[in-house]
Each structure stands twice: as C-alpha cells, then as structure tokens.
Design a protein around this ligand. Structure first.
Ligand SMILES: [Zn+2]
Length: 67
C-alpha cells in the first residue's frame, strides 16, 4: 500500500513523508484527500504556479479537499 502524503490546504504544498504540518502555514489544515500532482521548478515562468498562486518551487497538489 502506498502511503499518501499530506498536502497543505493553504498553499497546496505536498509535505514530506511523516510531516503533517506545512512549514509555511503551521496553522493551515492538511489533508491526504488531494488530487493532481505538479512539480514547480520556476514559479515566475510557470502558468500553473500563477494559477495555484505559488511563489516557491516545490511539489504541489492541484486540488486539496479539506473536511
Ligand atoms: Zn502551506
């Protein structure tokens, strides 16, 4: 069984294994219920980064469902 990492409900950042708190948004909810997977390398030049309002490179979920 593949373990699903948490994604931040605020910035959609996909967190590292075993991490359940976004380093940028400690107060934000995290969820394993997310879809889509994008790796953003150069946020300035990425249309996807603009859509997700991402300013820092990293791995992001397209959609995060917070219960
Ligand atoms: Zn975050």
């Amino acid at each position: 069984m593949v373990k699903i990492p948490f994604a931040c409900g605020e910035c959609h950042l996909i967190l590292a294994d075993g991490v359940d708190m976004c380093p940028r948004h400690p107060a934000a909810q995290v969820s394993t219920d997310w879809t889509g997977y994008v790796i953003i390398i150069q946020p300035v030049r990425s249309e996807m980064a603009k859509r997700l309002m991402v300013e820092l490179p990293g791995k992001y979920a397209l959609k995060v469902n917070i219960r």
